[in-house]
Design a binder for this molecule. Structure first.
Ligand SMILES: [Zn+2]
Length: 161
């Protein structure tokens, strides 16, 4: 699953070399906020790699980090794509005609697929943190136990997970 997400991320990174910074800025959000093309270019694979890893995380912290990162990403899209910076060059897109226009459309599609992949990985991972974990106190296996029963080994209470 991680490989799938990283592959999508690779396509996303490759798809944005063409013509217009709009896609690059969007894909590297929130780092494109610094309004530097080089930062955006190099941070894009980092952003997608980290998002992919977090989406596949089975720990509670990883999942919270994923949600926080995605929230930051979406929130930052607005100022990046509507502001006066390098990454809101919609005029450039219109001036350059069909080639750039389709490159941006393609980039947007790749970007959208990447996000679908991330959320799919995230949602598929959810059931995995079920009752078949270990005791948070003594690491005794909880396989086969009801989710909210106390640990049979040390008596540690466990809420429904
Ligand atoms: Zn225990």
């Amino acid at each position: 699953m991680t490989g799938f997400v990283l592959m999508v991320a690779g396509f996303a990174a490759a798809g944005m070399g063409h013509g217009c910074y709009v896609v690059m800025g969007g894909s590297s959000s929130p780092f494109a906020l610094v309004n530097n093309v080089a930062v955006a270019m190099f941070s894009t694979p980092v952003v997608w790699g980290v998002l992919g890893a977090l989406a596949c995380s089975t720990s509670r912290g990883g999942r919270m980090a994923f949600l926080a990162a995605m929230a930051a990403h979406y929130l930052a899209l607005m100022p990046i794509l509507t502001g006066n910076g390098n990454f809101s060059d919609w005029d450039y897109m219109h001036r350059q005609g069909d080639m750039v226009y389709w490159a941006v459309v393609l980039g947007a599609v790749v970007y959208g697929c990447g996000h679908i992949g991330l959320w799919t990985a995230f949602l598929l991972g959810l059931p995995r943190r079920g009752p078949a974990g270990v005791c948070t106190k003594c690491q005794y296996s909880r396989a086969g136990l009801p989710p909210n029963s106390p640990c049979p080994e040390c008596g540690q209470a466990h809420g429904a997970q």
